[in-house]
Design a protein around this ligand. Structure first.
Ligand code: FEO
Length: 171
């Protein structure tokens, strides 16, 4: 059983993951409008990953006898100035998500809630991977500058990304 405080914060986290999914769909649409299908694919996959994160947290709350409370999701940004801007927005957002996961870990430790602490370790690793991936693409975009051939190659590379739902032991 989790505490009421932990239940509330995990519910907030579900809301944040669903917001992330919508933000990345919004960015996906920005790229689809420009026929940059590889970039659009990257963000569509990212959106699916966020839905998976929310679903994993949803299942965990149920598994430990808590109550899931779905709330209104804030509207994401819909206007982006450039390709680089979309990745800057993404990195800033993911750093915010990392902070909220860290705050959940701090709460779990303060409550001696070792089960939730253990559950959150997957998300700690996931955040490291997400921030690294976005930072890597940002560096590539800085190298590319205005070179359209290099941009074409990166678009092709990002088109290869696929989503495979990781196995979860909560269902
Ligand atoms: Fe669910 Fe991008 O963190």
């Amino acid at each position: 059983m989790i505490s009421k405080n932990m239940e509330n914060m995990l519910n907030e986290q579900i809301n944040a993951e669903l917001f992330s999914a919508n933000l990345y769909l919004s960015i996906c649409s920005y790229f689809q409008d420009q026929d940059l299908d590889g970039f659009a694919n990257y963000f569509r996959v990212q959106s699916k990953e966020e839905l998976f994160h929310a679903s994993k947290q949803f299942d965990y709350i149920h598994a430990v006898g808590g109550k899931v409370t779905m709330k209104a999701i804030e509207a994401p940004e819909t206007e982006f100035k450039s390709i680089i801007h979309t990745f800057e927005v993404t990195l800033t957002h993911e750093k915010k998500v990392t902070k909220s996961i860290n705050n959940l870990v701090k709460l779990a430790l303060s409550e001696n809630d070792f089960a939730t602490h253990n559950f959150l370790q997957w998300f700690i690793a996931e955040q490291v991977e997400e921030e690294a991936s976005i930072t890597n693409i940002l560096k590539k975009l800085e190298m590319i500058g205005g070179n359209s051939s290099a941009l074409y190659l990166l678009n092709t590379e990002l088109g290869q990304r696929t989503f495979t739902e990781p196995k979860t032991n909560l269902k």
